[in-house]
Design a protein around this ligand. Structure first.
Ligand code: PHE
Ligand code: NA
Length: 460
């Protein structure tokens, strides 16, 4: 029997779902990670592969996740358990839910550390606005933050508490409020920064770096990074979108339409971030290649320093980035919290959120320490794919580049093969038949095969 509501609450409208799902998608992945991966992976070639992954693999799996959620109406584990039982499929599919919970805790662990960086910068600009010392040399400021484990741990804790607070309050009270006004504000601010990019006279060069692929740079590693980033940026492969889909009303809401809106929003924010950041990088004589995780922190403050009202812009930018990260971290914690809440009973949602966030915070301390005291703890340089990575890089690699694509692959197979065609069709009733057939084969064969090839090619 299909349920029409979820015990965890429901989105109050289609717009609320799109805002919440876009709030989950748009985050550090777009503004921190996409530019630095582009920088480290040779520019246009990476961007091209990334865009292809979004269209060919990401979008179909996004549709699959949301529809599985809307069909099951529970946390991912219980949704999959129930659906596997009803469709006579193997109970093994439940592992998708477990994989998602582990990936969620791992991703949240470093996501919260980086979220903490954005809070720290927001605080620096608040102080500057009230007459405090200016940030000074951005490279130095960033290095001194990373070199200070206590400071990092403090902001990591603040960020994690903010996340826990919203998730503890539940869907309607917590999640919806956070996204209504802040996402559009971030978008406008990015547009302003792109406008600033034009005034530097380096926009043409920046666009060429982003969009003129140097095919000699394409390798198995570039494919793996681009694929991992496609999953990460769309919040795919760990059942986040499945969980959000469980709170989506059925009447009059077309899943393909809402998911396309989410994917387009996410992709445009990433590209805008690229167009905002690279002109600044070039104009201030930084190297667009090999920027690493510090890229935006080392470059953007240079622009804010030279702009009229730069302190206000800096504050607005890092403040909104922190909020964008917040609406994503909420969605990292929600699937596991929904599951524990189903286990402990509905009155224990706060406890469930607190336990999981606490666990993730502790794991995050490994990332904190890998930036300073344990900076030398690295994988030997000659190890394939992961050579030279520190602990934080390794967690990121394991979760983003391996677990998310693997989770996505299983979700595609589940939707394509285990799920009754009638159920799939019913959830996608608005889709014209030829498109539906195409989507089903994307899920059955094309997407899983592509993910598999990329994973295997990169590892061997
Ligand atoms: N999509 C988010 C971002 O781009 C990160 C995220 C990944 C959120 C997985 C939820 C699940 O920042
Ligand atoms: Na994103």
């Amino acid at each position: 029997m299909e349920k029409t509501t979820s015990i965890h609450g429901m989105w109050s409208s289609r717009l609320m779902f799109v805002l919440a799902a876009a709030g989950s998608a748009v985050g550090l992945g777009n503004i921190w990670r996409f530019p630095y991966l582009t920088s480290d992976n040779g520019g246009g070639a990476f961007v091209l592969v990334y865009l292809a992954c979004i269209a060919v693999v990401g979008l179909p799996i996004l549709i699959a996740e949301v529809l599985i959620g809307r069909e099951g109406r529970m946390s991912p584990i219980n949704t999959l358990r129930k659906m596997a039982r009803e469709h006579g499929a193997s109970r093994g599919w439940v592992s998708i839910g477990w994989l998602g919970i582990v990936a969620g805790v791992l991703i949240l662990s470093f996501y919260s550390v980086v979220g903490g960086w954005t809070l720290h910068y927001t605080w620096l600009y608040i102080k500057e606005l009230f007459g405090g010392a200016p940030l000074g040399d951005p490279g130095l400021a960033f290095r001194s933050l990373l070199g200070n484990p206590l400071e990092l741990t403090f902001w990591h804790a603040v960020f994690m508490l903010l996340t826990t607070g919203v998730v503890a309050l539940g869907v309607e009270k917590g999640l919806e409020r956070a996204v209504r006004f802040l996402m559009p504000a971030l978008f406008v601010l990015l547009l302003l920064l792109v406008g600033y990019g034009f005034t530097t006279g380096r926009m043409g060069e920046a666009a060429a770096f982003l969009f003129k692929p140097d095919f000699s740079r394409i390798s198995g590693g570039v494919f793996l990074s681009a694929m991992g980033q496609a999953f990460f940026t769309l919040s795919l492969g760990m059942a986040t979108m499945m969980t959000y889909g469980a709170y989506l009303p059925r009447e009059g809401i077309s899943i393909p339409r809402v998911t396309i809106a989410v994917a387009l929003t996410d992709t445009s924010v990433a590209l805008l971030a690229g167009l905002a950041i690279f002109p600044i990088v070039l104009a201030f004589g930084l190297d667009p290649a090999g920027g690493g995780p510090g890229l935006i922190f080392n470059s953007l403050p240079l622009a804010f320093e030279s702009m009229a009202f730069g302190t206000v812009y800096g504050l607005a930018f890092f403040g909104l980035l922190a909020i964008a990260a917040w609406t994503s971290s909420i969605s990292l914690l929600e699937p596991a919290t929904a599951f524990l809440t189903e286990k402990f009973g509905l009155k224990r949602r706060k406890l469930a959120a607190l336990l999981l966030a606490g666990l993730s915070w502790v794991v995050g301390l490994l990332s904190v320490l890998s930036l300073n005291l344990w900076n030398d703890v690295r994988v030997p340089a000659d190890v394939n794919v992961i050579g030279g990575k520190n602990i934080m890089d390794l967690v990121e690699f394991l979760a983003n580049d391996l677990m998310l694509p693997l989770g996505g692959l299983l979700i595609a197979l589940f939707a394509g093969w285990a799920l009754d065609r009638k159920i799939l069709r019913g959830q996608l009733s608005e889709m014209p038949e030829p498109l539906f057939i195409a989507l089903r084969w994307m899920l059955r064969v094309v997407a899983p095969l592509l993910v598999l090839v990329v994973l295997v090619r990169a590892v061997i």
